[in-house]
Design a protein around this ligand. Structure first.
Ligand code: SAM
Length: 329
């Protein structure tokens, strides 16, 4: 696993200002984080791509299996689902709706420390209430680590879903073992996270940039980031292999169109936001020195996929491949 030096992670950036300007890590600015995240999601069609996987693969990879294993046994009892870092619940709600086709009663425990995000999730639940009758949500506006201090020892879940939230779980081996212990025998854990590509490669190459994938949280936003490690699927898979935990794997790629960075004098505001997300830095272009900016852009350009557009010009795509791991117990 890659660990970044702690000194670069302070939100007040009390580090020596050897670069003329003072870049702010994206995770320190909630509003900018959400703006950049939404632009990145929209541009890469992230929500659509994951939703397509849920529509086409979640059934055979998770629902069918859980239903065969627990369907009869549960009878009229409740399927227990744990969502970790659920965000606004968009992806989780799609998964729950699929589970609902086989299980009449579901208890969905939601752990999301960002207050704005969990509020959005609650609104979505209210709006979809007729589709998800029989699903009882238990809201936890806290981190997973905080949640673990209050959980009952014997509490187990049939399905645990961690969609791009593994980055915040601290030491990867401990985290994977904790999730595995929380799982009922016969249950499934779904983990989606980046591979060692795209954004992960950029963060590894430029550790002085704001740390990859640290998001603002309700309870820890004023603290220094507790874990400074960028976790990728390679780290998780090595733990799974070490403990011989069975898993299946599939993948998808998020392609950010950065063409205007390389073909125009001025980037569009939307591209600037995408760049902020990719570099995890608020107003990246304006806040870093010209030297850092040029080095990062050079790296990005070398790592883009160039494709001819229908109009004949070149399009520059910065790809980040992600893995979907479904772990069985
Ligand atoms: C990249 S977002 C993913 C959200 C959602 N799962 C999705 O895929 O749309 C990561 C989420 O993890 C949450 N998070 C950050 N630190 C966390 C922690 N220690 N425990 C639980 N969730 C955390 C963030 O607030 C954020 O909503």
């Amino acid at each position: 696993m890659i660990c970044w030096p702690i000194s670069i992670l302070h939100c007040d950036m009390g580090t020596p200002n050897f670069e003329k300007k003072t870049p702010q890590p994206l995770y320190c600015n909630h509003d900018w984080y959400l703006l950049a995240l939404n632009e990145y999601y929209q541009q890469t069609r992230r929500q659509e791509i994951i939703a397509k996987w849920t529509e086409e693969e979640f059934e055979s990879n998770v629902v069918k299996n859980l239903s065969e294993r627990f369907g009869d046994k549960l009878n009229d009892q409740t399927l227990s689902v744990l969502g970790v870092g659920s965000g606004d619940g968009y992806q989780e709600t799609l998964q729950l709706k699929k589970l609902k086709t086989k299980f009449s009663r579901i208890s969905a425990t939601v752990i999301e420390p960002n207050t704005k995000q969990i509020c959005k999730y609650q609104i979505t639940v209210r709006q979809n209430s007729s589709d998800i009758t029989g699903i009882k949500h238990k809201w936890h506006n806290q981190t997973f680590q905080e949640f673990m201090t209050s959980i009952e020892a014997e509490q187990k879940y049939h399905f645990i879903t961690i969609v791009h939230a593994m980055y915040y779980m601290g030491e990867v081996e401990e985290a994977v073992k904790t999730f595995y212990e929380l799982l009922e025998p016969g249950g499934k854990i779904l983990i989606m996270l980046v591979t060692d590509s795209g954004m992960a490669l950029l963060a590894k190459t430029f550790p002085q940039l704001a740390v990859e994938e640290q998001t603002p949280t309700a309870t820890t936003e004023s603290n220094e980031a507790k874990t400074n490690c960028l976790i990728t699927s390679t780290d998780v898979k090595s733990v799974l292999s070490k403990y011989q935990m069975a898993y299946t794997q599939s993948s998808y790629t998020l392609s950010a169109d950065l063409t205007t960075c390389f073909t125009q004098d001025e980037m569009t505001p939307a591209t600037k936001l995408v760049l902020d997300f990719i570099t995890m830095t608020v107003k990246f272009q304006e806040s870093v020195s010209d030297k850092t900016f040029n080095e990062v852009m050079d790296f990005i350009k070398r790592n883009t996929r160039v494709q001819k557009s229908d109009q004949g010009g070149d399009k520059y795509y910065f790809d980040t491949a992600c893995d979907i791991l479904v772990i069985s117990k």
